[in-house]
Design a protein around this ligand. Sequence first.
Ligand code: 1CP
Length: 343
Amino acid sequence: MSDKTILRALRGETLPTPPIWMMRQAGRYLPEYRATRAQAGDFLSLCYNPELATEVTLQPIRRYGFDAAILFADILLLPQALGADLWFVTGEGPRLSTITGPDGIRGLKTKDDIHDHLAPIYETVSRLAQQLPKTTTLIGFAGAPWTVATYMIAGRGTPDQAPAHHLKDTDRATFTALINLITEATIEYLSKQVDAGAEVIKLFDSWAGSLTGQDFEDFAVAPTKKIIAALKHRHPGLPIIAFPREASNGYINFHAKTGADCVALDNSISPEWGAAHVQTAGCVQGNLASRHMVTGGQALIDDTRHIVETFRNGPHIFNLGHGITPDADPENVQLMIDTVRNS
Ligand code: 1CP
């Protein structure tokens, strides 16, 4: 069995120092990322260029020696592979064609027709598997179906996911068909990432917090469970991290309900609550507020130590509660890492 620290934590080991990586660790806060992105031309060209995508994935590993690298790609590449139009508006974010009814789904491809489009992503994974230091774990990822559906339906990021809720509540059949299609395609996409060399898979359900009651069970828990079961069937022992962001009480029993080896916590919950209600069921990841990467100082040190201390008695991977923002100071990332490793 591998002795990489992240894999040990994912097997349930309590380690003296938590392994560490950071959501969006390859990103605009790094000057070397901005340079490579400029070389690629634009964000999507960077995602689909295996040489440059490998380079930006490796940059934070070289600079900081994180314990894991996460494939450089985006959750919206899968909708694009399914036939959605996708483009990025500078300073605003992603735009996609929208799905408002059954016609929108009939126009999409099937789960077996995505791989030609996604071949450059698999190529990036296999280059990373060869080039990463032997102690660094390679994480592949995809969006969870609900979160991906919110973008496919609205055609953009939305503060309250209202268009997706509207379709769910007015045309359940179309909405469910879309969730099922994304679920099936995600299984194939992630399985290929594992074949190419990804050692861990993470599912980002960034908008899980807007699902409540039975909807949370049906559209956050059930698709995640289905993806995890299928991946573990095909790849026995594959560790999986689930991130039902802002799920609040939905975090309780999320390991058991979905089969995830690790549940990533956002920073709306306290470490004490996470240790008492989530870590008791398995490995947790998180949950320093991203703003500390902008503001730094003693508050960063205090909150980092507090998180390490509070999760000390169980399996824990240190991370932020959400992605690092472009205005972050690279020095503060180093301060966080030094604080974790010297706590
Ligand atoms: O200008 C740029 O360079 C683009 C900024 C950027 C980056 C660096 C986007 C656009 N995506 C990414 C990479 C990315 N996206 C990664 C790479 C690996 C890493 O973490 O280092 C990952 C894992 C994602 C995942 C992702 N994309 C999520 C889930 C995680 C989260 O942040 O909640 C979501 C929701 C997206 C969609 C997306 N892509 C990009 C933006 C700005 C957004 C959010 C749009 C919105 O909701 O408004």
